[in-house]
Design a protein around this ligand. Structure first.
Ligand code: AMP
Ligand code: MG
Length: 419
């Protein structure tokens, strides 16, 4: 056993701490069209160049009038019609009103809007029927309005020169709408890292090709590809790497040119698990190589200049969980994400879990929210290669290393696998 393979194990919390300490917040920024900005972190503060609303605006289809005129009676003469997008210069006299559409500017003379549903338009020949309004017709207000109702006031949402979004803000859907609202077509965000990834193993065949005896389809690369995409990073697929020193040396050299390199397989105790040796040979400083966790013990984290390297275990569930617990946080940190390690929740375990003490146990669970409390229903799996048993599991319970078992009814920490 080579010296690189015999590095001592560390606990899960220490492993996450080391990733937190050694991962890098990148300084590069990029200007993106706003339609691509979702999930990125702002590298500039956004100052509003406009007042919002830009003018006193009707919030209803109805009639704008002067509230004070109501003392003269609740019948008003329609003197104009204002469509959204139009700014006619309308003046009104006593007990006159304008027919106005939602989003149209309310004339300066008016201070209140009554919705069309609360009115009755009078045809000159007929005093009871309600018809579509027309200029010069009379309209009667059928319910008492409040002064100022159904108007959005100039600058009440944001004023010109105010900060709409601060640098460091993680852009959600409605933030993209804010950018558009203040007229921005592009925005400066932190550049996501370029993430190279590969699957190692002589036994791997790419999906879509025939399987030979002893071979399996490469699933890890495609799980990793999805996980990388979800972080907004640029995914650079190297492909399958053979378990030979030559192939590893050549392809890992390429991979190390990226900001982050992610590998699956070849980091364990097998005779052909050359990944740690070759990484060390290429100048990667290995920070840890084994974690006291199940699944996911053979997990390697290394640093080479400004490049972070993750050697994830080959077993499919271990790959996915290790990426989620170490790699995704490092990628998010690179992009200045405000909460790179994600949220931890607590829930009630609905079935007992037995385990070896001394190793943190990851347990995929179904999740229910009953009366404000999360309930965790562990999935039965055949082990860390059994992808089929966990499809649809929404939570990953994290049972601490020290425990021999977690009883039914016990409160345990978990992370959401998806919402
Ligand atoms: P390793 O960590 O290379 O020893 O692999 C551990 C187990 O995971 C072995 O059973 C491998 O066949 C399997 N495995 C490794 N890489 C992949 C992959 N890319 N897709 C699916 N299974 C894999
Ligand atoms: Mg292997």
């Amino acid at each position: 056993v080579s010296p690189e393979k015999s590095k001592t194990m560390i606990g899960f919390d220490d492993a996450q701490r080391i990733v937190r300490e050694r991962s890098i917040a990148g300084s590069a920024t990029v200007e993106l069209p706003i339609q691509d900005a979702f999930g990125h972190v702002l590298a500039e503060s956004i100052t509003s160049t406009i007042n919002m609303p830009l003018f006193n605006k009707s919030a209803m289809d109805g009639f704008a009038f002067r509230f004070g005129d109501l003392s003269e009676g609740n019948s008003f003469k329609i003197v104009a019609m204002i469509q959204a997008g139009k700014t006619p210069n309308v003046k009104i006299a006593a007990n006159e009103c304008v027919w106005i559409m939602t989003g149209a500017p309310v004339p300066d003379d008016c201070d209140t809007v009554i919705p069309i549903e609360d009115t009755q338009v009078m045809r000159s020949s007929d005093t009871t029927s309600n018809t579509s309004p027309e200029v010069n017709q009379e309209v009667r207000f059928m319910s008492p309005p409040r002064r100022g109702q159904h108007m959005a006031i100039l600058g009440e949402d944001i004023k010109e020169g105010d900060v709409a979004l601060k640098a460091g803000h993680l852009l959600q859907h409605h933030d993209v709408a804010v950018l558009a609202t203040v007229g921005r077509a592009t925005v400066k965000v932190y550049r996501p890292p370029s993430v190279a990834f590969a699957a190692t193993g002589e036994e791997l065949v790419e999906p879509g090709n025939p399987l030979q005896p002893g071979m399996i389809y490469n699933s890890n690369a495609y799980a990793l590809w999805s996980q990388i995409k979800q972080t907004n990073a640029t995914a650079e697929y190297i492909g399958v790497i053979k378990d030979t020193r030559e192939d590893l040396r050549e392809k890992l050299t390429e991979g190390l040119k990226h900001d982050i390199l992610v590998l699956s397989g070849g980091v364990s105790m097998g005779e052909y698990d050359y990944v740690p040796d070759i990484l060390a040979e290429l100048g990667v400083e290995i920070q840890f190589h084994k974690v006291m966790i199940k699944p996911g013990r053979p997990t390697l984290f290394g640093v080479c200049g400004d490049t972070l390297v993750f050697g994830l275990p080959g077993n499919p569930l271990a790959t996915i969980y290790s990426f989620m617990l170490y790699t995704a946080p490092a990628i998010r940190h690179w992009q200045h994400h405000p909460n790179p390690f994600g949220f931890r929740y607590k829930g009630e375990l609905m079935e007992p879990v037995t385990k070896k003490s001394g190793r943190t146990q990851l347990v995929p669970c179904e999740l229910e929210l009953i009366d404000g409390r999360y309930q965790l229903y562990p999935r039965k799996t055949h082990g860390s290669a059994d992808l089929f048993s966990v499809s649809g599991a929404k939570a990953l319970a994290i049972i601490p290393a020290a425990a021999r078992e977690a009883k039914r009814g016990e409160t345990v920490g978990f992370r959401k696998l998806f919402e």
